[in-house]
Design a protein around this ligand. Structure first.
Ligand code: NAD
Length: 415
């Protein structure tokens, strides 16, 4: 099932290209510079035949798009989702380049994965498929080349298999992949980093704007890794989480879910707390202060954007708004916190994990949380200052800050 409306033709690539082109134009870059910055430096597709547990064979497509590495090794998630294709990976890879630049971690951008539904595979099938992925792509991966992380689909177990398969070929080197379980070189605080980061950005923004968050009402689409930890972080800040959803359904509680209810539901994949059952479309149209799309790209488009009543949209997912929806909501005065800022907590703590692995040290949870908060608060402040200076919205400001850094690194390195 996909939430990308086919009529909107809104792959992450087409969504992202529009925003990126606007940033390049605002910065006065000529067409050839814009094209060079937009195009990926490498794109790979491979077929992965999988022997199923019942003896039959299924063939999946695997992708890796390496966008730019002028600021550091390629870095980005692996997505296991039936709708994944090369075009979507292109947009998401470019987004990663900009995200790393915005929050000042020394990585370029990459993205990829497998067009499979991991929940339709047994654990042994998932392991074989993951190891087959490393078999096809390992020459392009590594701690100083391209460092995969989990995105939609894979969890820490998948990252542990990648780590192990890579080690068979190149020796023990946990810095080759992030999002690993702590016991095999993962970092404290990585699992919750992206969702926690969403709450840090909302807090930082409210402080900069002199707003009181206490009692603000929040609706969250997607109650997976990012959505659950965003909900818990926001509840801890005193916000009231009134609705959450998964791919099949949504739950609403007029007076908000308690932290205990949210935490209990979060212990199981895609479990929702008890509450009134509503649809995902109704969740997007709820009367609330903050709407947090934390599922897949293209969730809010030209046809459902008029229904949105939230004051602020925080893009916890990658590219959840189409360019049309962004323009429509922006014109109505809705504040949009862009993905490259809102969900950058994941890449920041992936960077911390990589640093710990390279130095063979282990940070405490407090060190990770403090570092995450400092970097995201600083990036939020930069975006707010740039938006005020350029008299523009937060997305344009964030894209301009990031694009300049990538372009400067690219041209200084030479090509
Ligand atoms: P996940 O697989 O853990 O959770 C996804 C959630 O979205 C699940 O609750 C799923 O049921 C729900 N969902 C899927 N299709 C839906 C639909 N049609 N309607 C409503 N809900 C739907 O994935 P995640 O890791 O939480 O990632 C969510 C988003 O955040 C993705 O866009 C991902 O690219 C982005 N992101 C994730 C990370 C990370 O560290 N995990 C980092 C940056 C960005």
């Amino acid at each position: 099932m996909t939430i990308i409306d086919p009529d909107e033709a809104s792959s992450a690539r087409s969504i992202h290209d529009a925003f990126f082109a606007e940033a390049c134009a605002a910065l006065g870059y000529d067409d050839s510079t814009t094209t060079m910055l937009l195009l990926a430096s490498r794109e790979i597709r491979a077929e992965l035949p999988l022997r199923r547990d019942d003896g039959s064979i299924s063939v999946f497509n695997a992708f890796r798009v390496q966008h730019h590495n002028a600021r550091g090794p390629y870095k980005g998630g692996l997505r296991y989702h039936p709708d994944l294709d090369l075009n979507e990976s292109r947009g998401l890879a470019c987004l990663m380049t900009l995200k790393a630049a915005l929050v000042d971690v020394p990585f370029g951008g990459a993205k990829g994965g497998i067009d499979c539904d991991p929940h339709a595979l047994s654990s042994t099938e998932l392991e074989r498929l993951t190891r087959a992925f490393v078999g096809k792509f390992h020459r392009l991966l590594g701690p100083n080349r391209d460092i995969p992380a989990p995105d939609v689909g894979p969890d820490a177990q998948v990252m542990a298999w990648i780590n192990d398969e890579y080690a068979k070929l190149y020796g023990y080197n946990p810095a080759a992949v992030t999002g690993k379980p702590i016991i095999v070189g993962g970092s404290h605080g990585r699992v919750e980093a992206t969702g926690r980061g969403v709450s840090i950005v909302i807090d930082a923004l409210a402080r900069l704007r002199g707003e009181d968050l206490n009692g603000s009402r929040v609706a969250i689409q997607g109650f997976g890794n990012v959505g659950t930890h965003a909900a818990l972080g926001l509840a801890a800040l005193g916000l009231t989480v009134v609705a959450v959803s998964n791919v099949g359904s949504a739950r609403y509680a007029a007076n908000g879910f308690s932290t205990a209810e949210l935490a209990a539901a979060a212990t199981e994949h895609d479990r929702l707390p008890e509450g009134d059952t509503i649809t995902n479309a109704e969740l997007l149209a709820l009367d609330c202060d903050y709407l947090i799309p934390a599922a897949m790209g293209g969730a809010i488009h030209a046809r459902n954007a008029p229904d949105v009543r939230a004051r602020v949209i925080v893009e916890a997912a990658n590219s959840p708004l189409t360019a049309d929806a962004d323009a429509l909501l922006g014109a109505r005065g809705v504040t949009i916190v862009p993905d490259i800022l809102a969900n950058a907590g994941g890449i920041i703590v992936s960077y911390f994990e990589w640093v710990q692995n390279l130095q063979q040290v282990s940070w405490t949870l407090d060190q990770v949380h403090d570092g995450l908060r400092d970097r995201l608060a600083a990036a939020t402040e930069q975006v707010v200052i740039r938006a005020a200076h350029d008299d523009t919205d937060y997305r344009s400001a964030a894209y301009r800050i990031a694009t300049v850094k990538v372009k400067d690194a690219f041209f200084l390195s030479g090509f």
